[in-house]
Design a protein around this ligand. Structure first.
Ligand SMILES: C[S@@+](CC[C@H](N)C(=O)[O-])C[C@H]1O[C@@H](n2cnc3c(N)ncnc32)[C@H](O)[C@@H]1O
Length: 243
């Protein structure tokens, strides 16, 4: 009999009581939801066990969570029921490359470590579909592992002495410095960057202590200007005096 983990590399990570990646949503996405919010349909691509899905659903978006891990999607269903936001969550077990994207209608797309889990040529195709799917006030949040990651077989990551993630073998496409930003500023992407960072992150959400090299992008449709103050907010308005 085949074990679930032989067909799903993330089965064991999502089967734990202490589910991998935890329940804290991606920080820049959380800041966007708190400051800007919105309503409508959002795709969470490679949603995993749903930490971003749940935050989006609780903010009022209707979320379609897509992943190839049925165990991850089962945990999303459980968590959304516990959190009372299940009416806003739909799960689809599919490869992101097989997903039909609507044109110009999505309020947002979240891709937290998805574009790096598929080969580079496929990631470019999915990226174009994502960009074309966004409506005029839509947002995109994307995170990818970069060549700074200690699990990468290229420098500088391969020369790092930082510890490697237990799930590093699932990353097949490490982004070069500036690559995600370059994709975002291409005119055909139709995006405006709100915030972009390349950084080292220490991860305590699963397995032994380890580090990542990451690029993190928050963007909106070009021409859209939401009330975004940055993450963390740089110059927030002072509270208004009580009348
Ligand atoms: C590092 S996890 C991130 C999960 C989630 N986005 C988060 O940040 O908590 C990567 C996820 O990508 C999923 N994945 C990998 N390749 C995929 C593909 N081709 N289509 C859909 N999901 C995929 C895996 O099953 C896994 O859940």
């Amino acid at each position: 009999m085949t074990s679930p983990s032989s067909t799903d590399p993330f089965y064991e990570a999502y089967d734990r009581d202490d589910v991998a990646y935890g329940m804290t949503a991606s920080a820049m996405l959380s800041a966007y939801l708190n400051q800007v919010g919105g309503e409508g349909d959002v795709y969470d691509l490679a949603a995993g066990a749903g930490r971003d899905t749940i935050a989006l659903a609780k903010s009022g978006f209707r979320v379609t969570a897509i992943d190839i891990s049925q165990r991850g999607l089962d945990r999303i269903a459980e968590r959304s029921a516990t959190d009372g936001c299940h009416e806003n969550v739909n799960v689809i077990c599919s490869d992101v490359r097989d997903v039909d994207f609507p044109t110009g209608t999505l309020a947002g797309v979240v891709a937290t470590t998805m574009l790096d889990h598929i080969p580079s040529a496929d990631a470019a195709v999915v990226w174009d579909r994502i960009c074309q799917s966004l409506r005029s006030d839509g947002f995109l949040y994307a995170e990818v592992h970069t060549t700074e990651d200690p699990g990468c077989d290229q420098p500088p990551g391969c020369d790092s002495s930082r510890p490697v993630s237990e799930t590093a073998s699932a990353v097949v496409n490490y982004f070069r410095p500036n690559q995600l930003a370059q994709w975002a500023v291409r005119p055909e992407s139709g995006l405006r960057i709100l915030q972009y960072a390349e950084r080292i992150e220490w991860d305590y959400t699963h397995g032994p202590e380890h580090a990542h090299g990451k690029a993190v992008l928050l963007a909106v449709r070009d021409g859209h200007h939401p009330d975004w103050l940055g993450q963390p907010p740089a110059f927030p308005r002072r509270p208004r005096p009580q009348a």
